[in-house]
Design a protein around this ligand. Structure first.
Ligand SMILES: [Zn+2]
Length: 819
């Protein structure tokens, strides 16, 4: 099983406040022995803390608790219950010593341990975020109880160990680390294994990069770019914040099977290692990596130097790091076109989340406990929050914006703070009264919808019915004339109806440059005009804005699927094919094509193949078009011919080979033996994930049963493969997958017994029957949503996925297709 859990209790906000009032943590001394076995490790924690005297508890999730001593007295280990051990503290200084055996995990949390299929080497990294620290060491696990850490690690002799503070190997396999700056528990990490390490230095800051040994040559190829980005960002953050990076070394570790993009642990940031590219990638993937690097660096100040007092302000961390990371990437690195790519990659993540029934204000969600807070950790926290901070920065000007930010860093250095503290800092810096702004944009959920009524010559603003608001919007509108030339003008929308005389034009694209935060919907004349005019638009940001307009319209059943396909066929968004599932081509395939006319897939395929031939040999656009051609292919002979010989300018690398094999598997045109032989020929980690996806994509009962055994936990796979299996299950055919629709709803609630945290929700989403666009499935989903006692994160996934189904049904009803 991935992480067999007793149902641990998540820390309540009121409990955190009480513990904070009682305790001041002075220091942690932490010893980890990773040499015992491949499944478990030894953990010894010494916590020195000052107490007002009285009852509290320490958080601890061990496999076995061996000993616990408070101020020298042994306590009964049997008192551990559901991740908590009760403590009767003495007034004054206390010392707690805990010795326990902990479990290595394979779900990307706690201490994750994995085997590299390329060479059989084993790797470990720590992920303490949100409730996971106590599965590594005993702690008072809440962000407001910061303390310095001293770490001692015993590891196999051929391993390298990196952690938050600088460290060294004092004798073979024995590693000692300096005392760190004060850290919240959720930042504590170590990265241990036969990692390949590359070092550099900039402006007095020692820099490091590491990745699995099998990735060493790829890490070397990327090291120059990564170090250059890091140095450019350090210089810019130092200039903007006026405060030096305070955590000593800056190590960036690329680690296997990491759930998020990255985690900002002070001094030792962990990244998902597919970000070390082993196959050819396009610029979108490089921009995504660059903004991730810059985002985690922004956190070193915002989040790490000053940390939220409680999880309800986690959004502020993410909004700020998202805004600063994107801005700095565009301003000082080679990726000065980052904003266009971000518009494709991120905008809909936030806008769609903000239109779900689960929408919530950016700020001030209460977050009664840590688990509840995690539910609101979504596109609203990152993208909407960032958009609003961007508007604020534009309104205040950089002097006030950064003046307030620096005041905030100075006042709460190495401590904790709240949104109110930041607003106070901005007001002190000259921002004026921000309470109205905060109320309308940060404390009110949902986006306004803005549409153009051409006949009346007005822009109509509709606030969300359930979250009334009165927000004004200033944004640019791009209008095309009959000759296909584009003109931009600024409008201000301050009421329900705003007259925009003389807007005229052919296509009218609202807010293409993401100036405000609203669901902007194009009218039918615009949609029709785009079929001929989009192909000649060369402004990357305008093209991205057009696609966001189209996606908004489709999401609200205001644009016919065949109109979207027409535009895509005329102007394939090849700048945007990175497979994150959030981007346009993935969206076309998943949401639009199934609701469009029966030839939609064939038309997209023809457009992609034409584009491969029409684009410059060896160009990024050609690669992107080729990927789209693979995704849309339905003739195995064509795919086979590409396995034998790719078009000139494109090399068959590992990524493309598995894209081809995966598509062949879905079409039932490859055997298990061929798939396994292909993996054995180049047994890389990403190939293992692709193999699992392909095996579950095959159109036979055995494949679907195997995928299902992954969902139920009967087959135990690491996190990436769980998601791959879920996505593959539903690739059809319908007659084989049908039975799993009902089984999903019946068996979903029990998945809390086999996985937890991030991967619990990821699996629920990946295995959701998103292609079953029927009233029956919607009804069945609501029955489970309404069931008392359903796990919070499962409910959240169901609510969102079901809303998506209902929107798909609405499109089908509005634009019926003869089949
Ligand atoms: Zn972040």
């Amino acid at each position: 099983m991935s992480s067999p859990q007793q149902p641990f209790r998540s820390l309540q906000r009121t409990e955190a406040q009480a513990r904070k009032a009682l305790l001041e943590v002075l220091a942690y001394d932490l010893t980890l022995d990773l040499t015992g076995s491949e499944t478990e490790f030894f953990s010894r924690t010494v916590i020195r803390f000052r107490s007002g005297g009285g009852e509290t508890f320490v958080d601890l999730k061990p496999l076995a608790l061996h000993a616990i001593r408070l101020n020298g007295s042994a306590l009964d280990v049997g008192l551990l219950e559901r991740g908590r051990f009760p403590l009767a503290t003495a007034a004054g200084e206390n010392e707690l010593v805990v010795e326990a055996t902990m479990r290595f995990r394979n779900d990307g949390e706690g201490l994750h341990r994995s085997v590299d299929p390329a060479d059989g080497k084993q790797y470990v990294y720590g992920m303490s975020f949100m409730d996971a620290a106590p599965s590594v060491f005993a702690c008072f696990d809440q962000p407001e109880l910061k303390a310095p850490y001293t770490l001692h690690v015993r590891a196999p002799e051929e391993w390298v160990v990196v952690a938050n503070a600088p460290g060294r190997q004092v004798e073979p396999g024995e590693w000692e680390f300096e005392q760190s700056q004060p850290l919240s528990t959720y930042f504590v990490t170590l990265v241990a294994g036969p990692y390949h390490v590359i070092r550099d230095e900039h402006d007095g800051i020692p820099l490091g990069l590491s990745a699995r040994a099998s990735l060493a040559s790829h890490l070397h190829r990327d090291a120059d770019e990564l170090f250059t980005l890091t140095k450019q960002c350090f210089d810019e953050y130092h200039r903007l914040f006026g405060i030096r990076y305070p955590f000593g070394d800056y190590h960036q570790a690329f680690v296997p099977e990491f759930n998020a993009g990255a985690m900002e642990n002070p001094g030792c940031v962990t990244f998902r290692d597919p970000l070390i590219f082993t196959s050819r990638v396009n610029r979108g993937q490089r921009i995504n990596r660059a903004t991730t690097v810059a985002h985690e660096m922004a956190h070193q100040w915002f989040g790490n130097l000053v940390t939220p007092a409680w999880w309800d302000d986690l959004w502020l961390n993410e909004s700020f790091a998202e805004y600063m990371g994107n801005r700095v990437t565009a301003d000082v690195t080679q990726y000065d076109d980052a904003w266009a790519d971000l518009s494709y990659a991120r905008r809909q993540w936030g806008l769609v989340a903000d239109q779900r029934p689960s929408t919530h204000p950016v700020a001030g969600n209460g977050a009664v406990d840590a688990t509840a807070a995690l539910q609101d950790f979504d596109g609203i926290s990152y993208v909407k929050g960032s958009a609003i901070l961007g508007q604020l920065a534009a309104t205040l000007g950089d002097d006030v914006f950064f003046g307030g930010t620096i005041d905030h860093f100075d006042r709460h250095r190495f401590g904790n703070a709240t949104m109110h503290d930041l607003l106070d800092s901005w007001q002190r810096a000259g921002a004026g009264d921000l309470s109205g702004f905060a109320e309308q944009w940060l404390r009110t959920a949902g986006p306004d919808t803005i549409a153009y009524d051409r006949a009346e010559g007005v822009l109509l603003r509709t606030p969300p019915a359930e979250h009334p608001a009165d927000r004004s919007h200033t944004f640019r509108v791009a209008v095309s004339d009959d000759g296909g030339r584009w003109h931009t003008r600024e409008v201000e929308v301050a009421g329900e109806r705003t007259l925009v005389p003389g807007l005229g034009g052919n296509a009218v694209v609202l807010d293409p440059y993401d100036d405000t935060w609203a669901v902007v919907i194009p009218d039918q004349e615009t949609v029709d005009a785009l079929k001929t005019q989009l192909p000649s638009v060369s402004d990357g940001r305008l093209r991205a804005g057009v696609w966001n307009n189209l996606r908004n319209g489709f999401h609200n059943a205001a644009i016919a699927p065949d109109d979207v396909i027409d535009i895509a066929v005329a102007s394939l968004p090849v700048e945007d094919t990175e497979d994150t599932g959030r981007r346009t081509v993935a969206w076309l395939m998943r949401d639009v094509a199934p609701l469009a006319g029966p030839d939609a897939l064939a038309r997209l395929h023809k457009a992609a193949v034409t584009k491969v031939d029409a684009t410059e040999v060896g160009s990024e656009q050609q690669l992107a078009a080729f990927r789209a051609a693979i995704r849309t292919a339905s003739d195995p002979a064509v795919l086979r011919s590409w396995l034998d010989a790719t078009p000139e300018g494109i090399e068959l690398d590992l990524d493309l080979r598995w894209r081809l094999l995966g598509r062949l598997a879905t079409l039932g045109a490859v055997t298990r033996d061929e798939l396994r032989a292909s993996f054995d020929a180049e047994p890389a980690n990403e190939a293992r994930v692709a193999l699992t996806g392909a095996l579950c994509s095959l159109p036979d009962a055995e494949a679907k049963a195997y995928a299902w055994s992954v969902f139920t936990g009967e087959t135990d796979l690491p996190n990436y493969e769980v998601v791959a299996a879920g996505q593959a299950l539903w690739r059809g055919p319908d007659e084989l997958t049908e039975a799993y629709v009902e089984r999903y709803f019946a068996e979903l609630p029990a998945t809390v017994n086999v996985r937890a945290g991030w991967v619990l929700a990821q699996a629920a989403e990946a295995f959701f029957p998103a292609g079953s666009v029927t009233e029956t499935t919607v009804t069945r989903a609501h029955e489970v949503i309404d069931r008392p006692g359903l796990d919070l994160s499962l409910r959240r996934v169901l609510v969102d996925c079901t809303d998506q189904l209902e929107r798909q049904l609405a499109v089908r009803t509005a634009f019926p297709i003869d089949r």
